[in-house]
Write a protein that binds this ligand. Structure first.
Ligand SMILES: [Zn+2]
Length: 198
């Protein structure tokens, strides 16, 4: 029994805000693709020990689930496989490539200007809380992405980095994209802010 994880789970589950089952599915797919069915089972079992379980077969893509459950799944996988930040970043990168929601929005992702415009809407399709906005500075080849009213767990900050890089890569076709979280709601700032450069 992992008391630390259990304690963390209890703290997490107090937080409000929901995410589409779609997002949970992509996280499950990531673990499955890297660690196989057995690896996934290990994570689900460990999660169950915290008192909060995820029934993968019953996941409905369009239903809302607590975002805390999503974060708990990621944290549990991190623990089970002894993953570091780069693995969580990689998990974030994987997600939009798998996501129906992002695929459905693909028609809007053909230009950076469009991406900036539809980014808040794509956020809303995934979450029933928080906000995302993006600002483009074409001259400096940079984009600022601000995530407001989202404070579930710091593990998600890394996940988002990977996620944004992946979406941005799709849009720009650029191989060299850098991202940095310059403000973080888990530090002294009120929002999370990321700077993407290409
Ligand atoms: Zn952050």
């Amino acid at each position: 029994m992992d008391d630390l994880l259990k304690e963390e789970a209890q703290q997490l589950m107090k937080k409000n805000g929901n995410v589409k089952g779609e997002a949970l599915r992509t996280q499950v797919e990531y673990v499955r693709s890297r660690k196989g069915e057995d690896g996934l089972k290990k994570v689900l079992k460990k999660m169950e020990e915290t008192g909060y379980s995820l029934e993968v077969e019953k996941l409905k893509y369009q239903h809302w689930y607590p975002e805390a459950l999503d974060a708990l799944f990621i944290l549990t996988a991190k623990k089970v496989f002894n993953w570091g930040d780069e693995d969580i970043f990689d998990m974030g990168k994987f997600a939009p490539r798998q996501s129906f929601i992002v695929k459905l929005s693909a028609q809007y992702l053909f230009s950076i200007k469009n991406l900036i415009k539809v980014a808040p809407m794509i956020w809303k399709k995934h979450y029933d809380f928080g906000k995302l906005r993006a600002e483009l500075n074409e001259e400096d080849r940079k984009i600022n992405v601000v995530v407001e009213d989202y404070k579930i767990h710091p593990v998600m900050c890394k996940f988002f980095e990977g996620y944004f890089v992946s979406v941005f890569k799709f849009c720009t076709k650029s191989e060299k994209i850098e991202i940095e979280e310059t403000k973080c709601a888990f530090k002294e700032d009120s929002n999370h802010e990321y700077v993407l450069r290409w």
